[in-house]
Design a protein around this ligand. Structure first.
Ligand SMILES: Nc1nc2c(ncn2[C@@H]2O[C@H](COP(=O)(O)OP(=O)(O)OP(=O)(O)O)[C@@H](O)[C@H]2O)c(=O)[nH]1
Ligand SMILES: [Mg+2]
Length: 662
């Protein structure tokens, strides 16, 4: 049995994670835009007597690493000493991808190139002579289509073969100008007597990195008291010139190799440019995007309706069956109010969440998302946000947790902090049940519009918050927007379905554990002390709600709503779950809410607004703390959310009552 550790490296959006999923039989998130993966994911595949340990890295254009996610990739490549590096190369864009190859080759690790997206290259009539590529670079090249698994077996065989080779690697040399080569040799020689300080880097490669301007390595060597020949003597202008020479040599190499290996027949002009002109139009871009989102929410609300009715029907049957069975009233109350009432009221919204995930996944896979980011950039800049923040925001509609992590693609610290503080205003899928319930009960046919309004409100609050923070805290300008527009790709129905299923399953798992636990606690609080009427003001839940209710009296919330908010800190799904428990069961929930004299459409609206803005959930809180790295900003982020929620809900109540009556 032999263990083999490999790293999957490559430019962003070339299909690394798709290959990873197919190699390891897992389902990590993929999407057609750069920066989907921001931290290393580990997986394993067993092949006969080999265990292949695979790490999927964030995408990177070079090893110079400007953003936190690129740094993660660079550090893994330079310090983790894997048995092989597999570079995934996008066959439709070889020259740019080979630039990274010229850097990876010099690290000196065994390498394999996986020529991915070969199906698209064929479609675009790009013919690649893999043999010529292989001969030229002296690196094995395997043609694959990660999305359907084509060529993966051959790739695995090749990986095993290169790791078993005993001879040192001997790749194509990059032809630097003579002056550069002499300095590299001089520095390399000097560093050979200090190899212990270089970690896993060879002296020759360390010399190249220093010449390219690796400040991190330079500082580390200086900290050890080393005086580096040439580097320490030359002036910044000269160093910039050398770094540029190295860059040019790399570009020349990638161009040369591409010219020899790639034949493009001039196929029909892709309509992509034309489509882009419309979708990213100065005037129409934003309305097109908003209409897309509006349709998405209408579909989410209406498409899930038949399922909703079905699930409600099933729960109705359960309740009836239970009514026919003799049992202890205590257990009956537990099953009827706690389990069916609480968990059931959350489960009925699962279809909406499934539909929402499938729409988001289709948007991600077509490449439209990156266009939307581009369209929004000018606007985002004007309000003090970075165009790239837009993608974390959109991911936030699914779940805030990965969205907060996705801010790692932002280069500037200020941009990251502002984005992290504002992401929780993006309404995640777990908040949807609250809207579907309240909008359905209090706004009837206008429910879809109310939900759309809430999502837009979340975005508006995020924008205003960003403006405030940019104006008063971080005065610098957001850094400029650089993001590659991915090509349009046909979304794979299967991939979208798989994505939906896994996301939905995660939600169900949470429903099973967190929500069930939360609902159980609410049921107990509503039942005890023994002898009180279930869910009445005398129960523990009633007492708890009443203690905090005065705080929310200006917002018009009754004590049941307040209990929902308290439990909503754990997870938003628990809000509806606990209301279901308190209002006497899932079947009763809607009619009880409608009949409750302490509630009205405008209070319901204020409540939805509060739920949208106040606090994401404990899981998101944990990630905010992790990504911001300190308590001060974490507390500011959370405190800001609660303050804003209170103010906006208050305004909603008072302004709303002018329009829709109190
Ligand atoms: N047609 C086609 N599409 C592919 C193939 N491999 C991946 N894709 C699609 O390309 C997009 C990007 O795939 P990912 O696996 O997320 O790319 P990545 O390299 O991990 O991207 P980052 O994590 O952002 O660096 C997704 O929409 C995939 O469905 C392929 O072989 N053929
Ligand atoms: Mg990825």
């Amino acid at each position: 049995m032999k263990d083999i550790r490999i790293l999957l490296a490559g430019n962003p959006n070339v299909g690394k994670t798709t290959l990873f999923n197919s190699l390891c039989g897992v389902h990590q998130h993929t999407g057609n835009y750069p920066g989907v993966t921001v931290e290393i994911k580990e997986g394993k595949r067993q092949i006969n007597d080999h265990s292949l340990f695979v790490s999927d890295l964030p995408g990177t254009y070079s090893l110079s690493a400007f953003t936190p996610d690129e740094q993660v990739a660079r550090d893994a490549l330079l310090t983790s000493n894997p048995d092989a590096v597999v570079q995934i190369v996008d066959a439709t864009n070889i020259e740019r991808n080979l630039f990274l190859t010229t850097q990876l080759m010099e690290i000196g690790l065994p390498m394999v190139i996986a020529l991915n997206m070969s199906d698209l290259a064929d479609e675009q009539k790009i013919t690649i002579d893999a043999e010529c590529l292989e001969k030229n670079l002296k690196i094995p090249v395997v043609r694959i289509v990660a999305r359907n698994g084509e060529g993966i077996e051959k790739l695995v065989d090749t990986i095993i073969r290169v790791t078993e080779k005993k001879t040192p690697v001997d790749y194509k040399k990059i032809e630097y100008p003579h002056s550069v080569t002499t300095h590299i040799a001089e520095i390399g020689n000097y560093l050979s007597s200090h190899v212990s300080l270089l970690g896993k880097l060879s002296p020759h490669y360390a010399a190249i990195r220093l010449m390219e301007g690796d400040e991190h390595l330079e500082k580390m060597l200086h900290d050890q008291g080393l005086v580096i020949p040439f580097i320490d003597k030359c002036d910044p202008a000269e160093r910039d010139g050398i770094a540029e020479d190295i860059l040019l040599a790399r570009y020349r190499t990638s161009e040369e190799v591409t010219t020899c290996a790639v034949k493009c027949s001039m196929g029909a002009v892709m309509p992509a440019d034309l489509i882009d002109q419309v979708l990213t139009h100065r005037l129409f871009g934003i309305p097109i995007f908003l209409s897309c989102m509006w349709f998405a929410f209408q579909i989410t609300f209406s498409a899930s309706n038949p399922f909703l009715v079905g699930i409600e029907y099933l729960f109705g049957i359960f309740t009836e069956m239970m009514n026919g069975v003799e049992m202890d009233p205590f257990i009956r109350s537990f099953l009827a109010d706690g389990v069916i009432g609480g968990v059931g009221s959350v489960l009925v919204f699962v279809p909406s969440i499934f539909v929402m995930f499938i729409l988001l996944s289709i948007l991600e896979d077509t490449g439209y998302l990156a266009r939307a980011a581009f369209v929004m950039d000018r606007f985002m800049h004007s309000v003090g946000l970075h165009g790239k923040s837009f993608i974390p925001f959109l991911i936030g509609f699914g779940c805030n947790v990965p969205a907060i992590m996705a801010t790692r693609t932002l280069q500037s610290k200020a941009d990251r902090i502002i984005t992290i503080i504002t992401i929780p205003f993006m309404s995640c899928a777990a908040r949807l049940p609250v809207y579907v319930l309240f909008a359905g009960v209090f706004f009837g046919a206008a429910a879809g519009n109310v939900i759309f309004f809430l999502y837009v409100l979340g975005i508006a609050v995020a924008i205003i918050s960003a403006m405030i923070f940019r104006r008063f805290v971080f005065r610098d300008e957001p850094s400029p927007f650089i993001m590659e527009l991915p090509p349009y790709r046909k979304p794979s129905g299967l991939a979208a379905a798989v994505h939906m299923w896994y996301k939905g399953k995660e939600y169900l798992k949470r429903a099973g554990i967190v929500i069930f636990g939360g609902v159980l606690v609410v049921w107990a609080l509503a039942t005890f002390p023994v002898g009180v009427e279930y869910g009445s003001v005398d129960s523990l839940a009633g007492i708890l709600g009443q203690v905090f209710q005065p705080l929310f009296a200006p917002l018009g919330f009754n004590w049941q709503l307040v209990v929902g908010l308290i439990f909503g800190f754990v997870a938003k799904e628990v809000v509806v779950g606990s209301l279901g428990t308190l209002y006497g069961g899932e079947e009763m929930l809607e009619s009880s809410l409608a009949a409750d004299p302490t509630l009205s459409p405008v209070i319901a609206l204020a409540y939805m607004v509060f739920v949208l803005l106040y606090f994401p959930c404990v899981a998101a809180f944990g990630v905010i703390r992790q990504e911001l790295g300190n308590w001060k900003w974490t507390c500011i982020a959370v405190g800001w959310g609660i303050l804003v929620a209170y103010i906006v809900a208050f305004i909603t109540l008072h302004v709303g009552s002018l329009f829709i009556g109190a």
